[in-house]
Design a binder for this molecule. Structure first.
Ligand code: F6R
Length: 364
């Protein structure tokens, strides 16, 4: 049931503080990281040379954030590829590869196919999935469950944030087993992860403004999403969310790449959503906002709350609570989910069942 919410999507957005907490409690029983048989042993990890991430759609966007977290904690280059591509191109996958597969349903045809192909080549497989007993869960060597509960809305929301939590736990687990991080850092990460449910709640408590924002953008024929580094990964997820339920052409760009061509598309009133959550990139990102404003665009910033001067250069600003850099996507995605929801609603679309889409895509 929708528990009094108008749509499953909204209900699932509002479940996030709760399911993030559940997901954390599953991976950090009594506040200590313990993935038990959901992860590999130190010996197994030592035999792995390459870590690869694969998935489709929203799950891929989570996988890419997971990859960045893994790289940061292990000081090691990792790789990622869209599943429908990886299925047909994997000359680099062998028995020294670990493939991390992310899938809410655990039944996505492309993801399953890429995973089977890699398994055939001897790769180890770790799945991050939400559905117990799904095909992907059954065929993987190790499985981490997201604990999001059933996700009914086609547009994925709580699955994404709990995939992130699962991938962060995995990165900390590997880093700890491989002696890449200190005990203090492990403590610091765990402590910060546990602040996320209330920070998410704080964002959800201020829903009013999204109706107005949706009114401002609903007539646009296209919308840009900009971000640098991990903010770009969050922007990609925001753009997909808007696209699939509002049917407006939403495209994400790495902020710095805009000037190399796509800036030609900027015109009066074109909405540009700018994600600005990273301390070391804030000045550069502010220049990007000015750049798009100078071309008459409407700039909507989603910025970390300490970056007060973002507000001075943007038309509208939504502030998100502060957290560690790698965890920011858990927070920056929320305004983007609500914006997509309200825009879809304002346009009179079927929010939970967007056209041409199915909840689980089992065909390749
Ligand atoms: C977007 C969305 C899709 C799925 C993708 C993968 O909101 O739901 O992009 O994320 O089809 O699905 P799973 O995670 O079930 O493998």
């Amino acid at each position: 049931s929708k528990d009094g919410y108008d749509h499953f999507m909204l209900k699932e957005i509002y479940e996030q503080p709760d399911v993030i907490k559940k997901s954390l409690d599953n991976k950090f029983p009594h506040g200590k990281l313990n993935l038990m048989d959901q992860s590999f042993s130190k010996e197994e990890l030592l035999s792995i040379e390459t870590i690869y991430f694969t998935a489709c759609g929203t799950a891929y966007h989570a996988a890419e954030v997971g990859m960045r977290a893994m790289e940061k904690l292990l000081h090691k280059k990792c790789q990622s590829e869209i599943a429908s591509e990886l299925k047909y191109y994997q000359p680099f996958i062998d028995e020294k590869t670990l493939l991390i597969v992310v899938s809410q349903s655990g039944e996505t045809g492309d993801t399953l196919a890429a995973m089977r192909e890699a398994k055939e080549k001897g790769a180890k497989i770790l799945a991050v999935t939400n559905v117990v007993g799904s095909s992907i869960a059954r065929e993987a060597d190790k499985v981490i469950y997201c604990n999001a509960g059933p996700e009914i809305s086609v547009a994925s929301t709580k699955a994404y944030t709990t995939q992130l939590i699962s991938l962060y736990a995995l990165a900390i687990d590997f880093a700890q087993k491989l002696n890449c991080i200190s005990d203090q850092d492990v403590e610091k990460y765990i402590k910060e992860l546990y602040t996320l449910p209330s920070k998410v709640q704080e964002l959800l408590d201020h829903r009013e403004k999204y109706k107005d924002l949706a009114e401002k953008i609903k007539g646009a024929k296209s919308i840009f999403y900009l971000g640098r580094g991990i903010d770009y990964l969050s922007a990609k997820e925001g753009a997909l969310k808007l696209k699939e339920i509002s049917y407006i052409n939403a495209v994400a760009f790495q902020s710095g790449e805009l000037k190399h061509g796509s800036i030609a598309l900027l015109e009066d009133g074109l909405p540009v959503v700018c994600i600005i959550s990273q301390e070391n990139l804030v000045d550069k990102s502010i220049s990007n906002v000015k750049e798009v404003k100078a071309r008459g665009a409407y700039a909507l910033a989603i910025a970390q709350k300490n970056f007060k001067n973002v507000q001075e250069v943007s038309d509208d600003t939504i502030f998100i609570p502060e957290t560690l850099d790698i965890f920011t996507p858990v927070l920056s995605v929320l305004p983007q989910q609500l914006l997509a929801y309200e825009t879809s609603l304002a346009l009179g679309n079927d929010v939970d069942k967007p056209r041409n889409l199915a909840k689980s895509v089992t065909v390749e």
